[in-house]
Structure formats: C-alpha cells, structure tokens
Design a protein around this ligand. Sequence first.
Ligand SMILES: Nc1ncnc2c1ncn2[C@@H]1O[C@H](COP(=O)(O)OP(=O)(O)OP(=O)(O)O)[C@@H](O)[C@H]1O
Length: 316
Amino acid sequence: MAEAEALVADEVRKQYGDAVALDGVSLSVPEGEVFGLVGPNGAGKTTLVRALTGTTPCEGTVRVLGAPPGDVDPARVGLLPQSFHPADRLTARELIAYYAGLYDETRTVGAVLDDVGLADAADTWYENLSGGQQRRACVGTALVNDPDVLFLDEPTTGIDPAGRRSLWTLVEDLAAGGTTVLLTSHSMAEVERLADRVGLLRDGRLVAVGTPAALIADHGGDSHLLVDVGPDVDPAALSTTLDADVTARDGRLVVRNVALADVGSVVADLEAHGVDIDSFTWAEPDLEDVYLRLTGEALGPTGAAAPVAAGEEGER
Ligand SMILES: Nc1ncnc2c1ncn2[C@@H]1O[C@H](COP(=O)(O)OP(=O)(O)OP(=O)(O)O)[C@@H](O)[C@H]1O
C-alpha cells in the first residue's frame, strides 16, 4: 500500500506586494518522513511553513493530513515558528503548562521539560533563561500535544552544540515514533543528519529535492582538497599550470577531484609551483557543497570564482 501523504503543496504561490515569496512550489511529504527545507535568507522557507500551516493565505493547493490546514484538528499539528516571543514573566513550566491547557489530551509538562533539557530551569522566568534555553522552551510548546505533524522553523538557532545534539536526538526519537517533521535550517550538518529528504528553495522555487545521499551524488561534486595558502595565489593560473580544477572559496584554494591516495602528490605539485601552504584538509562532498553549488554561493558575487585575497578569512 502506498504511504499516505502527510503534507502536500501543489503549485503554491505567495506574493507580498511586488515580492514573490513562493513561485509555484509543489511538494509531497509522506507520513513519518523528516523533510529538511534549506535555502538562503529570503528564499521562502518560512513562507512555505506558513502556507502549509495555514497561517498565511496562498494560491495553489495545500493539504495537511489530507485536509486543508484550517480543517485539521489543531491537536494533530505542532508548530515552532521562526519568531516566537512568549510572555517574559512566565516560567518555563508555566509556559509549557499554558500550551498544554489548549488541548484536551497532552503529554505531561514534566516530560516535555525533560525532552527539551529544561528540567533544571523549569521555574526560571522566560526572560531569565539564556537565549538557547528560551528557544528550547519554545520547542517544548510545539511538542506538548504530541503532534502527528511537527513544523520546526529553525529550531536550533542560538542553541549551543550540546543542546543542539540533544534536540537532534529528540527529533530522531519523534520520527522513530512516526511523527512527520518538516524542519527548516541553515545548518547543513543538522539537515544531513536528520532529514530523510531535503528540499532546496531558491527565490521561491524548489530547485532540488532528494535524499541527502542522492543530492550529494548529483550535485556535490568530487572529493576535494582545501588548502590554506598565503596571499597572492592565482587559482586560474594554477589550474592551467597543474592541469587541475583549482578555484578559491572563503580564502582557501579548492582543488577538485583529488583522490585520497593523490593528496601527497597534489600538495607537492602546489609547493613545487611556489604555493606557500599553511595547512590543508581533504574532504568528501557533503550537503554544504550541494547547497553552495545550487545557490551559486560557491562562486563570488559576480558569478566568477573569487580570488584568494591577502587577509581574507572564512569558515566553510
Ligand atoms: N510579512 C511579509 N511582508 C512582506 N514581505 C515578506 C513577509 N514575509 C516574508 N516576506 C518576503 O518574502 C520573501 C521570503 O521570505 P521568507 O521569510 O519566507 O524567507 P526565508 O527563506 O524563511 O528566509 P530566512 O532564512 O531569512 O528566514 C522575502 O523576500 C521576504 O522579504
């Protein structure tokens, strides 16, 4: 039997004045899937979440658990909006209890506080929680009704690495229990770990959809060598001299299509041609490579590979 679709968007369009936020997005998410939505700022991720949850009107067709969003029992849906500002003078416990009061049947407040790692800060006013603790409390409000479909719009923004990992485990546990999750994130590591499938939005259009492995195979490019070099290195000249694919990214040289066994000889070649190497890293392509390629951010602002400039720094 075919899996039921938990979420369906068909030719969804949304325009704010002259600005087109969604330009004909079609998408199906089967029950129990974790779907990761990624894309640059302003690509339309939050607008798509809002369209799917019925919190903004849109053109096209949207179905949640087989019905228009407004007709779905709210107890079956959980939503963590990107911007969420609860009352400052509620404790974490009171905040979760307030949301529990909106439903007939809920999980216990204590269980939700445990899940989001706030048991020890349960009686602290929201305004006195750290930024990451506040975000966790907000995540808790979306879990209290034990939803069948959970929308998490940038759930881990501001959360420290340990808290982020415990939230990842929580999402994995929810998914293992059959919850459908639609997650937006700017962390490719997060999406690569959690999502069964990933959709990449750019300028209001879904430009690629697939499993992380399929997207990496199709769009990630080759294994490559990232080389931290001194100033005044010309990647184009090196490409010609070494007959290799050499570009620059974030102040580093990127030598593509380098097998692990060839790393030593490529490094030796670069040094033989006067390149002053500070350090280097060999990497298989990952979802970040897919993202950078499909959004065009692997290239400089003009679309050309950016030169390595003296003093330029950056992290992948
Ligand atoms: N309420 C609004 N009024 C007018 N324009 C809006 C509104 N909400 C979003 N937009 C515009 O719609 C486009 C898509 O915005 P959206 O917030 O969906 O992007 P996003 O992918 O979630 O971005 P981010 O990664 O920054 O959260 C942007 O051009 C944005 O300026």
